[in-house]
Design a protein around this ligand. Structure first.
Ligand code: FMN
Length: 419
């Protein structure tokens, strides 16, 4: 029977998120003070040795990214930007940290800032997360009052200022370079990579962009040490992962599990299995830009590498369960509608292409005559063409859900007609 391993969520529901004293009494800000007693290089070494990989979706090694920012010597001004945009459908884990333990994130940002030598930071929070925005702002205020943020922090000579920036209501603004455009006050259009943010980020300066969950891991790594941290999870995906289980399960919510546990156990032991004891028809892993798996694949371990070997993705940690009474065909339609709606319009392949994918699919599933399998096969080809011609990762997103629905859901086309 799988149980949660609550490390990141150690304080959630236990301390008052509005009280810095509660956080301090729970051992809060000790990791940051420990980091201040070490050199930035030493802290970076520990982050790299922990094997921590980004929790925003791509799983990029956090230590490598932070070292790249540290290594840029040409700029005096460096930034740390926390990506709390959380726009991926089915994903609501960062919100849980922001609302239940905002100081654990602020402490992570401070550790990252000290390590890379940043003087200024922003937490870019999804605009609709009103409660989170308020709580994080209040937490920064009390951390500043206690001398953890501001000038000459705890007499160390290190100064760091931190601000909240509410997001602009666009999915694409969660993509790191578009996020930086938005932070600079511009329209949420993508930038071409390279240069990457580590080299040329906010206002052209070296910038570390990390997800909320990634940064919230840093106090744990510094407190416990890299070796102890690596004892949880798998060799290539150490630590725990916050997963967001939604759809046709009995208990929807955020759960913290060790990397490597089975997807089946998350769905059945933690989320209580399907509602009304119905069979699972399909599961979408990683949100709208994620990958479909069938019930037969539920024993796969939840970690970056094992899933990637199967052409699947862990993404942001969303697990959307579709039971017998859900229509996968309609669900695929809602995913395509999402991409059509969120395409920023800057490049033609994505602007026109996402509309075409949605329109053709809706016509096919609403009409009894077209061969749906053929339509889906041709849409996978079209989605691949859009992916190769578009400017940013949004236009690349429809390929994975479409191709894995076709490949992995055997009963996809057995569904009864729905008008
Ligand atoms: C369309 C799109 C939307 C994204 N939205 C988010 C988001 O809401 N939150 C997030 O942390 N990363 C998001 N990402 C990933 C970020 O670009 C980036 O990889 C991440 O913030 C890096 O942090 P990490 O290394 O800690 O994972 C998105 C990427 C794409 C392509």
């Amino acid at each position: 029977m799988l149980k949660e391993t609550r490390i990141l969520l150690r304080n959630a529901g236990i301390i008052n998120p509005n009280s810095i004293d509660d956080y301090l009494n729970a051992g809060g800000y000790l990791a940051f003070q420990k980091a201040l007693s070490l050199s930035g290089e030493n802290v970076l070494e520990q982050i790299a040795n922990s094997g921590l990989r980004g929790r925003g979706g791509a799983g990029f090694p956090t230590g490598i990214k932070a070292k790249a920012v540290y290594n840029v010597r040409s700029s005096e001004l460096k930034y740390v930007v926390c990506n709390a945009d959380e726009g991926e459908p089915g994903t609501f884990k960062d919100r849980f940290i922001l609302e239940h333990d905002p100081h654990s994130l602020i402490e992570g940002v401070l550790i990252a800032a000290w390590a890379v030598g940043a003087k200024k930071g922003f937490i870019y929070i999804r605009g609709e997360y009103f409660e989170a925005i308020e709580k994080v702002r209040a937490a920064i205020f009390s951390a500043t009052e206690k001398g953890f943020v501001g000038e000459n922090i705890k007499g160390s000579g290190f100064s760091f200022h931190l601000e909240v920036m509410p997001g602009a209501g666009s999915y694409l603004c969660g993509e790191e370079l578009t996020l930086l455009e938005s932070l600079e006050g511009k329209r949420g259009y993508p930038r071409i990579k390279p240069p990457y943010p580590a080299e040329k980020g906010l206002w052209g300066n070296p910038t570390l962009v990390n997800n909320v969950e990634t940064l919230a891991n840093l106090p744990i790594i510094i407190n416990e040490g890299a070796e102890a941290y690596r004892k949880k999870g798998t060799a290539k995906s150490p630590g725990t992962k916050l997963v967001c289980v939604s759809g046709d399960v009995k208990k929807r919510g955020v759960f913290e599990v060790e990397m490597g546990c089975s997807i089946h156990d998350i769905i059945f032991d933690l989320a209580g299995g399907c509602e009304d004891k119905s069979e699972i028809k399909a599961v979408l892993l990683g949100g709208a830009a994620g990958t479909f798996i069938s019930e037969k694949q539920l024993d796969l371990p939840l970690c970056f590498d094992a899933l990637a070997e199967q052409g699947l993705t862990l993404g942001s940690g969303a697990i959307i369960v579709l039971g017998e009474n859900s229509s996968v065909l309609e669900f695929v339609g809602s995913i395509l509608k999402f991409f059509k709606h969120e395409s920023c319009g800057k490049c033609v392949p994505c602007r026109i292409g996402t509309s075409h994918l949605y329109d053709d699919w809706m016509f096919a599933i609403g009409n009894s005559s077209p061969d749906k399998r053929k339509v889906l096969e041709s849409l996978v080809v079209d989605a691949s063409k859009i992916a190769s011609a578009c400017l940013c990762p949004l236009g690349q997103s429809p390929v994975m859900p479409l191709s894995t629905a076709l490949r992995n859901i055997p009963h996809l086309f057995d569904e009864s007609q729905r008008s």
